[in-house]
Design a protein around this ligand. Structure first.
Ligand code: UTP
Length: 188
């Protein structure tokens, strides 16, 4: 699939009259990240920091901000740090609290994550984005869902995902966001 595709939303007729029914988001993070090498050799590109958070956290927060309750990562054993990032680490938390750094401890497990369910499904072979999304089939279970590509960071006043949701809601159909890329930058 072309690298300009950022998000996709799948629509199912049964919920066509119901607004804001998207509760599940699929985040494929199993890619090899060859274009980011050597930065992505030991650190998944989705874990590269932007200011004080890894890239993937921005996508998760954007999903939660529109009411997503289940985050489904399509991942690989090499990307274990993504799972570690979203899992609780009580040992570090305890140490921080003990040394009077409770405020920093709060940042480790933001409140907005507390009622979110995270799933991690391994994509054994990197057969591309479509194959990665298909791995979420069982958990998506025929519901409408969002797809976010966490290696793209989109700045906009109204988040890209909430704009997509509005279109989905208005037209009762799948909607996809694309980014225009000059020919000389397509390989990047
Ligand atoms: P990209 O094509 O941008 O990522 O896929 P890539 O394959 O990791 O990058 P290159 O081409 O090797 O540099 C978009 C998203 O889909 C995931 C990637 O992790 C990224 O978040 N992806 C891609 C998968 O989960 N599985 C795949 O087989 C391919």
């Amino acid at each position: 699939l072309i690298s300009g595709i950022i998000f996709a939303m799948i629509y199912k007729i049964i919920f066509s009259k119901v607004s804001w029914m998207i509760k599940k988001a699929v985040l494929p993070v199993a890619g090899l990240g060859t274009r980011f090498l050597p930065a992505s050799k030991a650190t998944p590109k989705e874990m590269l920091p932007i200011i004080d958070k890894p890239l993937v956290q921005y996508a998760v927060e954007e999903a939660i901000s529109i009411g997503i309750k289940e985050i489904i990562f399509i991942t690989s054993p090499e990307k274990n740090s993504i799972k570690r990032h979203f899992n609780k680490n009580e040992e570090i938390e305890k140490k921080l609290i003990k040394s009077g750094k409770g405020e920093i401890a709060k940042k480790l497990n933001p409140k907005i994550f507390s009622d979110i369910t995270f799933y991690y499904i391994n994509q054994e072979t990197q057969n591309g984005l479509g194959d990665a999304i298909l791995h979420a089939e069982r958990i998506v279970n025929n519901e409408d869902f969002a797809v976010l590509l966490p290696d793209d960071l989109i700045f906009s006043e109204k988040s890209c995902l909430s704009q997509l949701l509005e279109i989905y809601d208005k037209h009762n159909s799948s909607v996809i966001a694309v980014n225009k890329v000059d020919e000389e930058n397509i390989h990047k």
